[in-house]
Design a protein around this ligand. Sequence first.
Ligand code: VGL
Ligand code: ZN
Length: 206
Amino acid sequence: MRVDDAALVVVDVQNDFCPGGALEVPDGDAVVDAINRIAHRFSARILTQDWHPPGHHSFASSHPGRAPFQTAELFYGEQVLWPDHCVQGTAGAAFHPELLTDGADLVLRKGFRREIDSYSAFYENDRRTPTGLTGYLHTRGISRLFFVGLATDFCVAYSAIDGAREGFEVAVVEEGCRAIDLGGSLADASERMTAAGVVRVRAADL
Ligand code: VGL
Ligand code: ZN
């Protein structure tokens, strides 16, 4: 493949999303090998890191009487409430120890505003606060994005769909992703990705 205009975007491969973590994704650590094997193929490598302050409003613990995986109305609409996870500076927020991170060009942190969650690497959950990633990619001349990471049905899907909306050619690499699958969220995310023009590829097809 032509690599000069393609970036690999590795979404939230952090300890809290891996088995034993605060918001574990089933089999989440299985993505690490798959990602490490393909990373060298891309001229740009970007890591995202879910990076919440203590008391973040996406945490159920910030809403008295609410439990994890229930929802709440925040100022921008409905928000799933999560267990406390990826708190800035904690071991849970660190990248999986076997993920190759030294070759990354950019580490993009998201979810650092207490009042707004950020599933997407492009826009926070209010859908209007940008992270700056579009500008970074444009100024680097990148037009194609390959997404991997955790979780398929939340941060990967939101990022991939926003990437397509921002005008990039977007693919998701199957072996590099695992899902939370909460109340049909995986089927729903897959449908929305297809509708947005996001292509699903296998690592062997790269
Ligand atoms: C994520 C829920 C909460 C993700 C992040 O990375 O998919 N999911 N924060
Ligand atoms: Zn989060």
